[in-house]
Design a protein around this ligand. Sequence first.
Ligand code: APR
Length: 249
Amino acid sequence: MRDTDLREAADLIDRAGRIVIFTGAGVSAESGIPTFRDAPSGLWEQFDPRRLATPEAFGDDPALVWGWYEWRRAAVQQVEPNPGHRALAAIEQRAPECVVVTQNVDDLHERAGSKEPIHLHGSLFAPRCSACGRPATVANGAPAVEGRVPPPPCDHCGAPIRPGVVWFGEALPVDAFEAAVAAAANCDLLITVGTSAVVFPAAEIPQVTARMGGAVIQVNPEPTPLDAVARVNLHGTAAEVLPALVEAV
Ligand code: APR
């Protein structure tokens, strides 16, 4: 990462009135939560999303799907936010206006101090009834091992409880997506961290800012389709680059 790039990014943050922070799985990688598409550790490198992350998969084998998400919930409960999450919370705190928009279903932004991040793909901590849609509470202490776990029944209608995440083939929560698009269209600066930017419509968010004339800073050790729209590309990891960026501001 070049000092001049870090300097330029710091100046953009310093001058920005409205900031959007947009994150993907890469921001949680250094907390020990695997990403999806990074070989060999990515979840979709190890598991078949067609058997685990679609409404049809849940219909076919609810215990397999529920057990897998409970395993992921347990993994998140056993780790801590990393310096990347904390640096983003610090940027958020010092900015006149800032919104965090995440594709992640973990709660590490919240635990790092971010205020009401917008979860575009739902949350591992917001289960609901698969039929009546009522929010459900599930006991803490999810199974630490991956395996079949029958989902609990809904207290109200008895149907199986499902994970509160957005599966492939499902629409994003309308309010969350509209709020994210509005924030991206009206911001001076969008900082995108740790996303491959290949899953739509979420990946549209940084493009909205660029089209509206706002600046984009990208933090990612690898190139992505956002390299083309980013004013500054900081090629490095979240936990290394973001604290240095806060230091430079
Ligand atoms: N710091 C910053 N970026 C990182 C790090 C790190 N330590 N480690 C990996 N990355 C980058 C990778 O280079 C990659 O570009 O993070 C990105 C992770 O990409 P994906 O695994 O595709 O995750 P994401 O972009 O969040 O996926 C989007 O796809 O599967 C669905 O719903 C799921 O929300 C998810 C969506």
